[in-house]
Design a protein around this ligand. Sequence first.
Ligand SMILES: [Zn+2]
Length: 269
Amino acid sequence: MRYVPKKIREGINVSDVHPLADASVLIAGLSAIAVVIALALIFLIEVALYFIPAETEARLFSSWLPEDLTAISPVDDRLYQTQRLVDRLVEHWAGAPFEFRVEVEDTDAANAMALPGGLIIVTRGLLDDVDSENELAFVLGHELGHYRNRDHLRALGRGLVLALFFRVITGNDVAGIGINVADITVRSFSRKQESQADEFGLAIVNAEYGHVEEAWRLFQRWESEGASIDDGIRYLSTHPRPGDRVLRMQELADREGWSRQGAVTDLPW
Ligand SMILES: [Zn+2]
């Protein structure tokens, strides 16, 4: 039988659909793959950050301040006294890896947050709202708890995590890394991270004063006043509901045998 080659159809290598449609399918597919790879990388880096020694983090951020921070005057007594209180509380944390620095942000909104490298920011609004040193000590102890569990790195946000990662790799310091307080205050921790920070904070308060009297009174006041985020209590947007929180703290104190009664220390200002 003689082989008769079939005539090849014209345009066999050309897709039947319009070339632009083909191109868009290709582009969409490649973009999807790129996005998946990027997300996986960011996730891995976020996990890896937990393994950066706290000492490295402390060194990288030793003189760093957020770009948008409006601090109160450096000679304001409230700044000095809050720093002193943190220094006293940290004495109960053996092997604390940071030299904690306090900055007081000049805003009416009440908030407190743990930033990289041991930078604790409390707002003037929060200092206006606390009625005793014991109340403030618990808020600060709670933030120390976030450092202990290294939650504060989680709050950095994806873009910042990437930026930080490259700083770590290149060994540069983080000046100009572009972290804003505004980015960090909108991020909240998980329930578990919050209750672990509460446990650490309450233990530190008990170690400092020998009791936990008034440790949670600020939250009780906010609860009874029906205070909300709209009233400028931004702390409530990043922390658990005050009522539930007080109950859990009271249970914890009873479980640990920490006295709920004791002498309360006035604020030094
Ligand atoms: Zn917290």
